[in-house]
Design a binder for this molecule. Structure first.
Ligand code: FAD
Ligand code: FES
Length: 277
């Protein structure tokens, strides 16, 4: 069944979390029957946020919908839809449809050595998988690299503070003004990879990447040169989306639709589709 009709969602909570970015909690205002597809949402999947009279845009879940229909998303203000969302307040009702797409390969992550690399807003699609892994403890090793331009651009600050107590996190910032050396590393996500891989011990079994496409591509190329199989590296790809269900072709990536075949792809797949940055 095509999922084209939005369900009403209420803005339950929101707070600023990084430059021009807010972390929202939404609650689906629907019956049990309408809630059921949302309860099957997977980490790395996305939904279309619908602002009546304005338009729609895709966003990932930072926490997946729970039995009460509550979920979270990190939203950076970019244009018409996000401007309209930022003008709404707690208690306002907007719309959403989903969940859509192929999420992270969770079954592949069980009892593995996992490296997760997120840049900027790219931490959003990784948040729920990091939480899921930490909560289940079903991994051998889990390390996270998070990169941002500067202090103001750091996102998911409360979540990263919690993770920091539980797993190794490399917070990397290009412009270190206002930040201390002990907590943050100067540089970029790809720049710190040699150090991270050196201290990782055995090679990671699976690597998850999300963030600016040029960063993901550079990181994937470095990881392959380091000896990691392109089939074990997964990226989250963003394209302009309209229908989100494989009909309109706006998200076309060579022979695939990012909305329905992605947004998660292995690097081996993307090499076939000739992704160019
Ligand atoms: C699968 C997926 C998941 C996403 N998850 C998140 C998320 O969790 N949090 C988040 O903040 N954002 C996320 N995004 C990005 C978000 O959907 C876009 O920023 C969206 O365009 C915002 O809508 P808008 O109407 O506010 O801005 P728009 O008016 O659509 O765009 C604002 C500006 O960005 C440019 N632009 C937007 N998208 C693209 C693109 N794909 N390629 C080139 N230029 C573009 C436009 O040309 C314009 O200049 C995701 C995108 C995808 C595809
Ligand atoms: S957004 Fe329409 S085909 Fe992907």
């Amino acid at each position: 069944m095509l999922n084209l009709t939005p369900v009403p969602i209420k803005i339950v909570d929101c707070y600023d979390d990084g430059e021009n970015t807010r972390h929202y909690q939404f609650a689906i205002q629907e019956t049990e029957q309408h809630l059921s597809p949302w309860l099957k949402a997977e980490s790395g999947q996305f939904f279309m946020l619908c602002l009546p009279g304005v338009g729609e845009a895709p966003f990932t879940f930072t926490t997946l919908p729970n039995a009460q229909g509550n979920f979270r998303a990190l939203v950076r203000r970019m244009g018409s839809v996000t401007d309209a969302l930022f003008q709404c307040g707690v208690g306002d009702i907007i719309g959403a449809r989903g969940p859509f797409g192929r999420g992270w390969p969770m079954e592949r992550l069980l009892n593995q050595r996992i490296l997760i690399v997120g840049g900027g807003c790219g931490i959003a699609p990784l948040a729920s998988v990091i939480n899921q892994l930490i909560d289940s403890q079903q991994f051998i090793q889990l390390e996270v690299v998070y990169a941002a331009r500067n202090q103001a651009a750091l996102m998911l600050n409360p979540e990263r503070a919690r993770w920091q107590h539980l797993i190794p996190i490399f917070n990397v910032v290009e412009d270190m003004a206002g930040l201390s050396d002990g907590e943050f590393y100067p540089g970029t996500a790809t720049g710190i990879l040699p150090k991270v891989l050196h201290t990782f011990g055995e090679q990671p079994d699976t690597v998850l990447l999300a963030g600016p496409e040029a960063m993901q591509t550079a990181a994937a190329e470095y990881l392959v040169a380091y000896g990691i199989d392109p089939k074990s590296i997964f990226l989250s790809i963003e394209r302009r989306m309209h229908c989100a269900v494989g009909l309109c072709g706006h998200c076309y990536l060579n022979e695939k639709y990012v909305c329905s075949h992605g947004p998660t792809f292995s690097w081996a797949e993307l090499l076939q589709y000739d992704i160019a940055c």
